[in-house]
Design a protein around this ligand. Structure first.
Ligand SMILES: [Zn+2]
Length: 198
């Protein structure tokens, strides 16, 4: 993903001592690398959308139609965006986090346990819990932004994604010449053959 300096600056934590509120931390092949504070901000944006999807349970099973912008046909597909977003959010975390961090993620972010309850349940000090939570947010923030083909960050793009696969043109109808009839001859031909023989 090509990071934009303006976006990173917008996402940065103003009092971050690592990037001094600029949101970038060095460069790689001419493009800025995001600071940890910007990655955490990306995660929190996605997490806010995740919570909104969970809380809108009444409409969660609503099916929406995604129309392809290419061509003049009405091609598209049906989908459940909210449910897909919830599933992707959880699946990315399960794949990327080690078992210990995934346990914290599940307790704190999915089940909604606060810091003191997580510390008591997982036997962690408050500092260790917040250190782990920050690291989880950094890992997932970067993953959500670089996920392909459809990144979870920014959620606006995820929910307004369109089918990008090229639409195959509708085959044109070309009239084919009628092939000579095979099989049993018609009664007129049959009669003619009989007369020839006779
Ligand atoms: Zn920073």
């Amino acid at each position: 993903m090509d990071w934009s300096k303006i976006d990173l600056n917008y996402l940065a934590y103003p009092s971050c001592t690592r990037c001094n509120g600029r949101g970038e931390w060095g460069e790689h092949e001419g493009s800025p690398l995001p600071c940890r504070c910007a990655l955490r901000a990306m995660f929190r944006v996605c997490y806010e959308r995740f919570r909104a999807c969970v809380e809108s349970g009444r409409f969660r099973s609503r099916v929406s139609f995604e129309r392809s912008p290419q061509g003049r046909t009405n091609r598209g597909c049906w989908g459940r965006k909210d449910e897909e977003y919830l599933a992707d959010f959880e699946l990315v975390a399960r794949r990327l986090l080690d078992p210990w961090r995934y346990k914290i993620f599940r307790f704190h972010y999915i089940l909604g346990a606060d810091a003191s309850l997580c510390c008591r349940r997982l036997g962690l000090s408050r500092g260790a819990f917040f250190h782990a939570a920050y690291r989880i947010e950094e890992i997932l923030g970067e993953a959500f932004a670089t996920l392909e083909p459809y990144a979870l960050y920014p959620p606006r793009d995820y929910f307004s994604k369109r089918l990008t696969e090229p639409v195959r043109a509708t085959p044109q109808f070309v009239p084919q010449p009628i092939a000579p009839r095979r099989g049993r001859p018609r009664s007129a031909e049959l009669l003619r053959n009989v007369l020839k023989i006779a």
